[in-house]
Design a protein around this ligand. Structure first.
Ligand SMILES: Nc1ncnc2c1ncn2[C@@H]1O[C@H](COP(=O)(O)OP(=O)(O)OP(=O)(O)O)[C@@H](O)[C@H]1O
Ligand code: SF4
Ligand SMILES: [Mg+2]
Length: 426
């Protein structure tokens, strides 16, 4: 949704000179600025009792923002339309608008989803809750099999309907529930609104198409470019992600590129539409450490340039420490702990998070052997009855084996563990 919140110098008189406090301009990519005949106005009556210097926002403003957000939502998925203006006519509305733009870009509420395995539906992720704000990086960590990829693939509805279903919950993207939209609408969200960098670039790129074909498709998909423009864009993006001789590389097949280059191609594809949200699922797993560092640096730079939010999935606590603003720790398909990067690294509460941190190799301490959490993540069919971590937890109590703890939250730092339940009740 490029352009929302951008200011510009276009001066057009509102048909509601005294009443309008917000205006939304809509034009096609090709409309010259001086032909803004298709501007749509939205007005809201200013209540006389409202003082001009009032800075807070009440239900009235939020109702009005809802109308505008609805209008944006209805048109934003049209290929040729760009919303270019959200302008205040009254400075007193500043904080309301700023507050409104502060709403999460992505909000997952109570998401539970299952796979059909041997003719039975088995829960894979349960009661997942998190949000990502504009420009924010959320790190999702956890061991292999914890449900990180299932969570991200559920957001984009990438599993076949015959073997996967969403049991309950909402996936709100810019306020729109992605679990409720049609397949056609969803296909327009993918790539343009939310794009994904997959875990394995070798299997995610098509081996029988050239790199150029695949990258150009990302530009052609939403009908904005001609084939020639798409090729130019492909070269431009390959240059941007640091691939040397891009004119030659676009004619090559994935197997002719190194792992690091393939991953860069995937990143270029993910960025092609400059999406507001990028999901990066273990973007560096298959790479050696030097290339890993380069790719992470590249993601950081591109994020800064484009202003996208990133959902970064990784096993690597070092990577999240470097990249993430907030962190979600997953275990056995559930959220165990969530908080700012500082909360998680300076004050980890959950025994599982503490175990993950203790397992990081430290060069400042001679510990003799590397710590690891004993045991393995349970399979979907053998989830423990109570707390999902109880079989591996050194602090497990009796109730942990029969009851599942709820999420306890204080100041944005949440933990799912009975060790803290009494403190909250007290
Ligand atoms: N298509 C599928 N059908 C059945 N079960 C699946 C499917 N995909 C994943 N699972 C199961 O769902 C659980 C979560 O898997 P997921 O791929 O999300 O783990 P992950 O946290 O991404 O692990 P990794 O770090 O290894 O990528 C695992 O138990 C896995 O076996
Ligand atoms: S609820 Fe019990 S088993 Fe689960 S992490 Fe807390 S102490 Fe350990
Ligand atoms: Mg995965």
């Amino acid at each position: 949704m490029s352009g929302i919140g951008q200011s510009n110098d276009i001066s057009v008189k509102s048909p509601f000179p005294t009443q309008a406090c917000l205006q939304v301009g809509i034009r096609t990519w090709d409309t010259p600025k001086h032909e803004l005949q298709d501007i749509q106005w939205m007005s809201a009556l200013q209540r006389p009792q409202r003082s001009a210097d009032r800075s807070g926002a009440g239900p009235h403003e939020f109702r009005m923002f809802g109308r505008i957000a609805g209008a944006i939502r209805d048109i934003a998925f049209d290929d040729h339309i760009i919303i270019y203006l959200l302008r205040r006519r009254n400075a007193a509305r500043r904080s309301f608008l700023e507050d409104a733009m502060e709403q999460p870009l992505l909000e997952i509420r109570d998401l539970t989803a299952s796979f059909r395995i041997e003719k039975k539906w088995v829960v894979a992720i349960k009661d997942i809750e998190f949000s990502i704000h504009r420009g924010e990086t959320l790190g999702i960590v956890g061991e292999s099999g914890c449900g990180k990829s299932v969570t991200s693939m559920s957001i984009l509805r990438l599993f076949p309907k015959t073997s996967f279903r969403i049991d309950k919950g909402e996936v709100l993207f810019s306020g729109r529930d992605l679990t409720k939209i049609t397949d056609h609408e969803m296909s327009r969200v993918r790539g343009k609104e939310i794009s994904m960098i997959f875990q394995d670039s070798m299997t995610s790129l098509n081996p029988v198409l050239t790199v150029g074909n695949q990258l150009e498709e990302a530009f052609l998909l939403h009908g904005t470019y001609t084939r020639q423009q798409a090729e130019q864009k492909a070269i431009e993006f390959l240059t941007q992600v640091g691939i040397p001789s891009p004119e030659r590389r676009i004619r090559e097949y994935p197997h002719q590129l190194s792992g690091g280059m393939r991953q860069r191609v995937m990143i270029a594809m993910a960025l092609a539409q400059r999406p507001p949200l990028i999901i990066a699922d273990e973007p560096t797993t298959a790479l050696d450490v030097t290339i890993q560092a380069q790719i992470m640096e590249l993601l950081k730079t591109l994020k800064r340039d484009i202003g996208s939010s990133i959902m970064l999935i990784t096993h690597d606590m070092g990577v999240v420490a470097d990249m993430a603003d907030r962190i979600l720790v997953m275990y056995a398909g559930m959220t165990m702990e969530t908080g700012t990067a500082r909360d998680i690294f300076k004050n980890p509460l959950h025994p599982y998070t503490q175990g993950l941190l203790a397992a990081i190799p430290r060069k400042d301490k001679d510990i003799g052997h590397l710590y690891s959490i004993e045991g393995t993540v349970p399979s979907l069919q053998t989830m423990p009855q109570g707390c999902r971590f109880c079989d591996r937890c050194t602090k497990a109590m009796e109730r942990c084996h029969t009851e599942c703890p709820g999420m306890i939250e204080h100041d944005g730092h949440g933990v799912r563990c009975f060790l803290y339940a009494d403190k909250q009740e007290g």
